[in-house]
Design a binder for this molecule. Structure first.
Ligand SMILES: [Zn+2]
Length: 222
């Protein structure tokens, strides 16, 4: 049986004449050709024009990457789950986005990812001063440098340091502090039983041998 199918756009409701190809909306419940949601070229053009990305802000939490997109016309899509694809250099989101906009979004993603990487701590040295005050000197991969920042733990165990420090520096500093504290505990339990009767000079030598020279300030305080 030969049938005919009028081409009606599922978006604007107008009949249309396709040129070389027909656009349609992916729809897994469509079982017959008349269920297919066609989209006319005028609507496709309008869709492409709408998707001029002015700003894209990425965020990562618990390994879930989301993006908030602001279009040139002011439309905002908030916290959409998204997946970057390194091979195609495009970012796919829950929203239907033209391929050109997916690629532009990848540009924003790349800039964001590079910035994240540059904010990681490259090194962080702790120094315990004579009055027991602990300070940290740190550098990020991006070259930001902070010298002799006072560091301590609050009553609830929270990090207490210079309030002016950016959040990402504080985050990195907390991780470094935890590692420093763990090493300090390890050093105490390792050295104490053996060094109880050992002369002070020997104790010092043991400390030096056990720890890499990068932790020199730490060794120096013992
Ligand atoms: Zn249309």
């Amino acid at each position: 049986m030969i049938r005919t199918l009028p081409l009606v756009c599922s978006r604007c409701g107008k009949e249309f004449k396709p040129e070389h190809q027909i656009y349609y909306q992916d729809d897994y419940i469509a079982q017959q050709i008349r269920d297919v949601k066609f989209v006319c070229e005028d609507c496709i053009r309008a869709w492409k024009e709408k998707w001029q990305i002015a700003q894209a802000d990425f965020a990562e939490q618990d390994y879930v990457l989301t993006v908030t997109i602001t279009l040139a016309d002011g439309t905002v899509y908030k916290n959409m789950d998204c997946t970057p694809n390194e091979d195609t250099e495009a970012v796919v989101t829950g929203e239907d986005i033209p391929a050109e906009a997916q690629q532009r979004l990848y540009g924003f993603y790349k800039a964001w990812r590079d910035e994240q990487a540059s904010r990681q701590l490259k090194d962080c040295f702790f120094q315990k001063e004579e009055n027991g005050r602990l300070t940290a000197t740190l550098t990020t991969y991006g070259g930001e440098h902070y010298e002799g920042v006072a560091v301590s733990r609050g009553e609830g165990g929270e990090l207490v340091t210079d309030d002016e420090l950016p959040g990402y520096i504080r985050d990195g500093l907390l991780v470094a502090l935890e590692s420093y504290e763990a090493q300090e505990i390890m050093l105490d339990t390792r050295v104490k039983p053996r060094s109880q009767n050992a002369p002070t000079t020997m104790k010092r030598r043991q400390n030096r041998g056990q720890w890499p020279s990068t932790y020199q300030p730490f060794n120096g305080s013992h």
